[in-house]
Design a protein around this ligand. Sequence first.
Ligand SMILES: Nc1ncnc2c1ncn2[C@@H]1O[C@H](COP(=O)(O)OP(=O)(O)OP(=O)(O)O)[C@@H](O)[C@H]1O
Ligand SMILES: [Mg+2]
Length: 392
Amino acid sequence: MPKTPLIKKTPLMEKYEEETGKLAIWKGEVSKQFTKWKQKQEREEIKKEKFNIISQSRIEKKKMKREAKEDKVPGKDYEHLIVVENLHKTYLLGTTAVAALRGVDLTIDTGDFVDIMGPSGSGKTTLLNLIGGLDTPTRGKIFLEGRNISMLNDNDLAEIRRERIGFVFQFYNLLPQMTALENVMVPLHFSGNLSRRGKRKRAMDLLRLVGLDERAHHTPSELSGGEQQRVAIARAFANDPGVVILDEVTGDLDSKTGIMILNLLRDLNKRGATFVAVSHDAAVSEFANKVLHMRDGKLTTEGEIGGMKETSIMELKRKQETEINKEKCKSKIFQFLFANQGKTKIKVMEIKSSIPSSIIMNLPQHFEDILQEMIEENNLVAKIDGELLILQ
Ligand SMILES: Nc1ncnc2c1ncn2[C@@H]1O[C@H](COP(=O)(O)OP(=O)(O)OP(=O)(O)O)[C@@H](O)[C@H]1O
Ligand SMILES: [Mg+2]
């Protein structure tokens, strides 16, 4: 019996032998030269793949530039405030390509409050960044106020962001050394049409709009989280933008303050402001008139999408799913309370964060209402007092 097991010749070994005239298997073992040759082949394969991806995206970009030139600039004469057509975004990470958006179509009209929901990694922020001109797509088009912004250069995009788009982020992003008033004035520095006095007045009016005129001379560290977010909202409106982008704006706030911010946004929306929001907070969708759901880089048909109403069967299915989630949510609350027996005060937020976001994100009601319902159904001696659940 031979000691070494018999090695079967692979097609790659055959290729090696053909190319080099050497044997791939020598004395029953794979030859070292073959292993080296194989590694070199693999390295070259990776290089080729990388080159393909890069040159492919170059060809795409050239094609898009050509198309963008052909799209006339209709100025104010447009049907929808924002039109997104077959939007793709692929990120290149070393040799791998991550397809974050895989063909998104939607329209947004002036006065809409759009909420984009979906699991982590589904492409929400990517979509928001493209709509907000913070990044450019790999393929597809974005029209803002009738202008194709998908192929603009960095300077033109920066101008659009400054003049036509307002941004509010999760962590407020205020300048810490400046007062609330000065923070709201920052975007106005770039607008030449107002005098310094005019800018101060506009900033003050905006702070009044968010109910913070009396705090105008406070710095961010002297303001609560909710107040800082209101300053950020006032700042987003400074240049009278066509659309305001909201990325997880209630993400860092407790649920009560979050609802306060949402009420403010609803007020502003009723006065004509257009919002596009991304959130994990199910409450946001209750304030929106269009709710879009994303999964794996695509929009799933739900709510009003591109002006298309969901069918009654889809609506029924969605409602059934949210009702199931509500029951799951109640049983998770029960488990949490059981594990925390003996405590007399528990933060509602703490209970909420013990529940998987896939459930929280798809509830038919506010989490607090479900908690209340669950307390009543189980005759628990407990009551919700602001941010706390008091147990006796
Ligand atoms: N700059 C980047 N480079 C490479 N991949 C990225 C980049 N940004 C996002 N991705 C990938 O693209 C996909 C979509 O990411 P995105 O941030 O849009 O998701 P999301 O829906 O906003 O998620 P979350 O809810 O966690 O914020 C993910 O797989 C992510 O890893
Ligand atoms: Mg995100």
